[in-house]
Design a protein around this ligand. Structure first.
Ligand code: PLP
Length: 391
């Protein structure tokens, strides 16, 4: 009999992948499935980025690279942070990783252990809670409320910090809610952390930083120099450049943690795929019109889906400020989130993800990804309507 480490029983998962797998099986059986479950852009990676990877392969970039990333890429990231966040960061604080998730894993491993508490958003990206529990730390949910448009509330967070809190995880714009933090709440949070909680590190997951709407400025925690010695910034290429399958992410680490992050990288993946890193340079340094085009398309779909959802019986939906998810309240349908998710997939052929896949506080909600065409979104809304009218 194999004896697995006990912590393996505490590792959770991301059920969006289960929904995707089930949707694919149904599609292979000939069912017409509209996929509003998946958390990735429906666009292809822009051509000049693909070309840069091909060129890198032809040019012979086939070997290991330095573990934290090739120097030119770390410099490009620093330049990008100056352009989009108005902050000067030394390239040697930047660590390139195979996807945003890896920064999350490393940061939580660094701070999580039995006796430690880690605060995380709920409903939120499910991997936070999963990895926190894996480390033996206590996962402390910070509830995000529909009545606040799911944006963060500084007082709620500060009131949950104890002497055992080691790490606070924030995500803005957020998955699955589309909520984004306001400047005033961020200011209040940062001043509370500075005045009262100097021992708490912060992981700011800003993977949707470029996907915001209505001219809303992305508020980055990196723009608060008082957090420099304890802020881990997570971002990457997956969402901004439609590069989820390339596995490219980066983090800015506090100076004192760069060595630990690099050592984790050496122990884990050695370095990121060399050609992908060259593509990453082309993404950051090349034209940004494809990004603007994708965000404009998401915006049109956002308006359509939110309006459509609000017209459905038993459903109400606040307007997401960023990312590409709508997170409507479904309590008045009388169905649980899981029940509605399953019925939408099996009976209506619409893949969505139950709010409970994002934590217990997601009960009563369903996540619709609007990274799909206008035609498919319209069709999906009409199928949801038909199903709800039958219920
Ligand atoms: N953080 C959030 C909030 C996400 O929604 C995702 C992906 O869905 C990630 C991180 C992971 O990004 P990546 O695919 O680059 O690992």
């Amino acid at each position: 009999m194999l004896r697995l480490a006990e912590k393996m029983s505490r590792l959770g998962t991301e059920t969006a992948f289960d929904v995707l797998a089930r949707a694919e099986i149904l599609a292979q059986e000939g069912r017409d499935i509209i996929n509003l479950g998946i958390g990735q852009p429906d666009f292809k990676t822009p051509g000049h980025i693909v070309e840069a990877a091909i060129k890198a392969l032809h040019d012979g970039h086939h070997g290991y690279t330095p573990s934290p990333g090739i120097p030119q890429l770390r410099e490009s990231v620093a330049q990008d942070l100056a352009t989009y966040r108005g902050v000067n960061v030394a390239p040697d604080r930047i660590v390139i990783v195979p996807g945003g998730k890896v920064t999350m894993f490393f940061a939580i491993l660094m701070f999580g252990e039995p006796g430690a508490e880690i605060l995380y958003p709920n409903p939120g990206f499910p991997i936070y809670q999963s990895v926190i529990e894996f480390t033996g730390a206590r996962a402390v949910p910070v509830r995000l409320l529909e009545e606040n448009d799911f944006s963060l509330d500084a007082d709620t967070i500060l009131s949950q910090i104890t002497e055992n809190t080691r790490l606070l995880i924030l995500n803005s714009p957020a998955n699955p809610t589309g909520g984004a933090a306001s400047k005033s709440e961020m200011d209040r949070l940062v001043s509370g952390l500075t005045d009262m909680h100097p021992q708490v590190a912060v992981l700011s997951d800003e993977i949707y930083s470029r996907i915001t709407y209505d001219d809303r400025e992305h508020i980055s925690l990196l723009s608060y120099p008082e957090l420099d010695d304890r802020l881990i910034l997570l971002d990457g290429w997956s969402k901004t450049y439609a590069m989820t399958g390339w596995r490219m992410g980066y983090a800015v680490w506090p100076e004192a943690l760069v060595e630990g992050a690099t050592r984790l990288a050496v122990n884990c993946h050695s370095c990121v795929n060399s050609a992908a890193q060259h593509a990453g340079i082309a993404a950051l340094e090349g034209p940004q019109d494809a990004v603007d085009g994708m965000v404009s398309a998401f915006d049109r779909r956002r308006r359509l889906i939110v309006k459509g959802l609000n017209n459905l019986p038993g459903i109400r939906c606040c307007i997401p400020a960023g990312a590409f998810y709508a997170f409507p309240n479904i309590t008045e349908t009388g169905l649980t989130a899981r029940n509605l998710q399953d019925r939408l997939l099996e009976e209506a052929g619409v893949a969505t993800v139950a709010g409970t896949s994002f934590g217990a506080m997601g009960e009563g909600y369903i996540r619709f990804s609007y990274a799909n065409s206008i035609e498919n979104i319209e069709q999906a809304l009409s199928r949801v309507e038909d199903l709800l009218e039958l219920t």
